[in-house]
Design a protein around this ligand. Structure first.
Ligand code: GTP
Ligand code: MG
Length: 219
């Protein structure tokens, strides 16, 4: 008799991410991983988010880029803990970078951890950071075909933020087709339309965070 044993071989990153996920669970930290092309508005969305939260909110941000501390500087203005991870020539964050960045933070003092990944619609998709949800940001200047061209991130993300809707009158972007493309790759996927320059759609986004966090924290 032949018995087939199928065992998923965990990569080194997966093992570290499992450890991170366990730490987030133990310290009751809700963690989201924001992924998009460069310039879709990840930092702008986080700026508006931090501004909208009460000063007493226990939130923190890790932000990844190949070079510069620009995003950390922008985000630190809101007064919450922020740390930049500069990856040099690496096109994504990995679990080890997150572990190192968290080393001197007290996770018991954090309820929500936002991780802004390096701007890239491909590489960050396959690196688990121990997050509870990946969120993909697509902006209207990128073209409505991107979910079909880069399906992997749209397939695994729980939520699609469709950003820069204030520019819709000026760019040839078919909003209905874009949403149809998102849902062709990921049936039923929730889409929230935002403008970070006009602070539109933020209530829906903040509502999603609250609902999803409550789900994750349910005993
Ligand atoms: N018109 C408009 N511009 C926006 C919006 N959101 C962001 N921007 C602009 O788009 C540019 C890029 O925004 P960022 O927030 O830096 O984008 P990002 O995704 O963080 O970029 P990287 O970190 O480099 O990947 C900036 O000039 C923003 O001001 C929006 O909703 N509407
Ligand atoms: Mg950014």
């Amino acid at each position: 008799m032949r018995v087939e044993v199928q065992e998923k071989v965990l990569s080194e990153n997966d093992k570290l991410a499992l450890g991170l996920r366990e730490r987030f669970r133990a310290h009751e930290v809700f963690c989201v991983n924001l992924i998009s092309s460069p310039g879709s508005g990840k930092t702008a969305l986080l700026e508006r988010t931090l501004e909208a939260l009460p000063k007493t909110a226990r939130v923190a941000v890790l932000t990844g880029d190949l070079q510069t501390e620009n995003d950390a500087r922008r985000l630190a203005r809101a007064g919450f803990p922020v740390k930049q991870i500069t990856t040099g020539d690496t096109c994504h964050l990995d679990a080890n970078m997150v572990i190192k960045a968290l080393a001197d933070w007290d996770l018991d003092a954090i309820d929500i951890l936002f991780i802004e990944n390096v701007g890239n619609l491909v590489c960050p998709t396959s690196y688990d950071l121990g997050e509870h949800a990946k969120i993909v940001v697509l902006s209207v200047t990128e073209g409505e075909d991107k979910p079909l061209k880069y399906p992997a991130i749209f397939a695994v993300a729980e939520l699609c933020i469709l950003n820069k809707v204030d520019l819709l009158p000026y760019v040839p972007f078919d909003l209905r087709q874009a949403i149809a493309n998102v849902r062709q790759v990921h049936p039923g996927m929730e889409v929230v339309e935002t403008s970070c320059t006009q602070a539109r759609g933020l209530e829906s986004w903040l509502g999603w965070i609250e609902r999803r966090r409550a789900q994750v924290m349910k005993p």
